[in-house]
Design a protein around this ligand. Sequence first.
Ligand code: SF4
Ligand code: SF4
Length: 471
Amino acid sequence: MSNITDYKEAVDKGVFRDTLASVDKRGKRNWIYAQKPKGKFYKIRSFLSVFYFLLFFGLPFIYVNGRPLLQVDIPNARFILFGKLFLPQDFFIIGVGMITFILFIVLFTAAFGRLFCGWACPQTNFMEMMFRKIEYLIEGDAAHQKMLSKAAWTGNKIFKKTTKHIAFFLLSFLIANTFLAYIISIKELEKTITEPVSKHIAGFTSIIIFSGIFYGVYAFFREQVCTAVCPYGRLQSVLLDKNSMIIAYDYKRGEPRGVAKKTAENIFGDCINCFQCVKVCPTGIDIRNGVQMECIGCTACIDACDSIMTKIDKPKGLIRYASENSIATGKPLRYSTRMKFYTLLCVVAISLLTILIVTRKDIDATVFRTPGMLYQERGKDSISNLYNIKFANKTLKELPLTIRLKDGIGSIQMIGKPVIHVEKEGQGSGSFFVILPKNMIHERKTTISLALYEGDKLLSEVKTSFLGPVE
Ligand code: SF4
Ligand code: SF4
């Protein structure tokens, strides 16, 4: 295997940290023929990936209160989460969401390393659990794939390669459609597919572009996404520390590597230098060189090494989930206080975000006094202020809205129609006077509460200030 030869050479020269397994000495792509892993972790990951794919392909079909469970409508700046609509007016929640997301990534990675990459990342799941498995099915394991690539273009090769690429493109097409459904909703996607192309040029073009991108990624670009493009992968070097959980080679137990001759004294550690851990690695690295940015935490090397350890009658876990410190001290990895604390912070941040999302109101109202106006005298005993109001209706029905003073003293005089109609998922605005008796005004600025009603149903309350003549 060329990647192994390169790595042996790189390790011998001690330059492995400056060498990418997927790039040869001339700077050309070194295709990784990863051997099919077998073992406990691969079985669990395969099992979980079924749920993952069901979730990915099924989620756009789930509707709550007439809306998709999840929709990320980036072109229209609309987000739907658990059937609730979020508009740019919800920037506070979106901001908290982004901070939570960043905090979660930093804390989770500091504690659990690249657990996400190996178990939950769509790229890893689609690549390793879907496309790679189809490749094994059509072209065989790594050695057969390599032989087939080097072979002349016979009928058998043409058949296998064509079948694989057709299967890859069809799957990419399916993923592209699902991906688009998360943006425009499954109902819009259905229209895009069933109605004339001329009516859905943007949707149709998106499907073609997304299909091309996914096909390019899974058929050709592959592990390069993780090793050269993904920003999360690039952040590992600053997010991990010596206590982070990583997939690590126990060098204390494994070194020096080698197999003792039957007659000679065994001066070697448990690593027999069989390179099985490298052969299964989808990014082509040698985990024995220590933590590396290219490691996506897929656990394939754990399975490979465990099976070797079983064969040579040694304890499993030469490669295992551990921290650099736990390997150095020989102590087992524990769910440390630090991990517990980081987990707690993640839970608090997510709980806070959940509370904000669940308690978010369906009507947003922003009231502000008309700029440049102070107050108006209304006869001898009253004063008025002029206000503008803006509404965002996040429900799926048109709302006829009226404004009332919450504590009932004084009155509202609308400019124009007494009822403001705000269309579903739309915005509306209006202007009105608040008229208060002079004897209520004891300060220059008095806080007043306005109530928004749909008929007799109170929808929301909003506070504003009322300007009076009192100094
Ligand atoms: S699979 Fe295990 S024994 Fe074989 S080279 Fe890797 S670490 Fe050593
Ligand atoms: S080093 Fe092991 S865990 Fe990391 S990517 Fe390679 S096989 Fe997966």
